[in-house]
Design a protein around this ligand. Structure first.
Ligand code: CA
Ligand code: ZN
Length: 301
């Protein structure tokens, strides 16, 4: 099995980025993922302002997937996320939902053992997830720093991007050019204080291709639902985009009028917050599988 080294990273998703490795659809690979600080934080007494902000949110890759062409859908099944034995969480002055109350930075190093993170005596089972994962954006969309989520993926900070889930990303460039990083051992929806439990990790994925079908926004399929992940300048914009796609999928997938799909969405779709702390905000509209499966959504694209 191929292992993609965590020393090969990007900080921008661009249309013309150079791949560092080539794989074939169906191939299972391991990807070494750096934490969002590129492991620059090792002690709680470090000064937040002294770290190199040019090295935040490295994404390992890009990986060229043979046969992927614009207009296809890249399927990324997450088989495993093996996290390190400790991680970092921090407040950063003026950041997060309560930025106005966050008057000083504070770093905490948190131990992870036997599947649990322990913080101030509180033991929480970890739920590893991938914060940054994406492909080359469309040429017309320009370039995106890895810190920002958009239609190509990026820093979506979505808790559903976890072991067992399948992510579907729109292919905009030959080879798709997949890159990922910024794993969290734990994060609540929203990423309230600006960080999750930031950890280096080794991610095992299986890629696949769906030819000639694509989506506007990434989709993530969990055991229970398929969620449209959309981003915007604020939560209202993100929720609008996610809902609009979800209703469209229900209309097409279930052959409903738009009005009936809108009603059915109101009865069954959960709107969830992914993150509200990145340069754009991210939300998702989760369509339960008992209403419409991912397979049916993709079939109707
Ligand atoms: Ca992140
Ligand atoms: Zn992170």
């Amino acid at each position: 099995m191929k292992t993609i080294s965590g020393s090969r990273v990007i900080y921008n998703f661009t249309h013309g980025m150079e791949p560092i490795e080539t794989i074939i659809p169906g191939e299972v690979i391991k990807v070494e993922s750096n934490d969002c600080f590129f492991q620059q934080i090792a002690r709680e007494d470090q000064v937040m302002t002294e770290i190199d902000y040019g090295r935040l949110n490295p994404a390992t890759g890009p990986i060229y997937v043979e046969g992927a062409e614009p207009g296809d859908l890249l399927k990324v099944k997450i088989l495993d996320i093996a996290v390190a034995g400790k991680g970092v969480a921090a407040t950063v002055t003026k950041e997060g939902v309560l930025g106005d109350q966050a008057t000083r930075s504070k770093i905490r190093i948190i131990d992870i053992e036997d599947g649990y993170a322990t913080f101030e005596g509180v033991r929480i089972p970890i739920e590893p997830m991938i914060g940054v994962i994406g492909v080359a954006p469309a040429q017309k969309d320009g370039q995106w720093p890895t810190a920002t989520p958009w239609k190509h993926g990026g820093n979506m900070d979505t808790t559903d991007i976890k072991k067992g889930s399948t992510l579907y990303l729109p292919v905009n460039q030959e080879g798709a050019l997949l890159a990922l990083g910024d794993c969290h051992a734990l994060m609540g929806d929203g990423e309230i204080c600006f960080t999750g439990l930031e950890v280096p990790a080794v991610v095992t994925i299986e890629t696949g291709l769906i030819k000639g079908k694509t989506v506007e926004w990434p989709l993530v399929e969990t055991d229970e639902y398929t969620a449209v992940i959309a981003s915007g300048n604020n939560l209202d914009e993100a929720l609008y985009a996610a809902t609009s796609e979800a209703v469209k999928y229900m209309m097409r997938g279930l052959k409903l009028t738009w009005e009936d799909a809108y009603i059915l969405a109101s009865l069954s779709v959960d709107l969830k917050i992914s993150q509200v702390v990145d340069p754009k905000k991210t939300a998702r509209a989760a369509i339960p599988k008992n209403v419409l499966t991912a397979g049916k959504i993709i079939e109707s694209l």
